[in-house]
Design a protein around this ligand. Structure first.
Ligand SMILES: [Zn+2]
Length: 97
């Protein structure tokens, strides 16, 4: 059900309602660091720019930050996180962990 006063965005994947200048699709919200942070990953498209990835860090207390990444930057971040996790798994069971 769509509320009667909601203005649907013409961009089909956009989750934002009402007037907005940035199209956004909310993908993931990940609690981190024992719940001290919420990490958000969104697809965004500012009206004057290309579609990219938005990374949000929302602390339990304090100010949240938003970093927008191009697709190449997002791939580099993805590779770096994958590499870090793989290194941890490779070392699992060894004495140096
Ligand atoms: Zn939109």
């Amino acid at each position: 059900m769509i509320a009667a006063d909601r203005v649907d965005c013409p961009v089909k994947w956009c989750d934002e309602a009402g007037a907005h200048t940035i199209h956004r699709h909310y993908l993931e919200s990940i609690p981190a660091d024992s719940g001290r942070w919420m990490l958000g990953v969104n697809v965004v498209r500012p009206h004057s720019s290309t579609t990219g990835v938005e990374l949000t860090t929302v602390p339990r207390h304090g100010r949240s930050t938003v970093v927008r990444l191009g697709t190449r930057e997002a791939e580099l971040l993805h590779e770096a996180i994958r590499e870090a996790v793989e290194r941890i798994h490779r070392r699992a069971g060894r004495d140096d962990l």
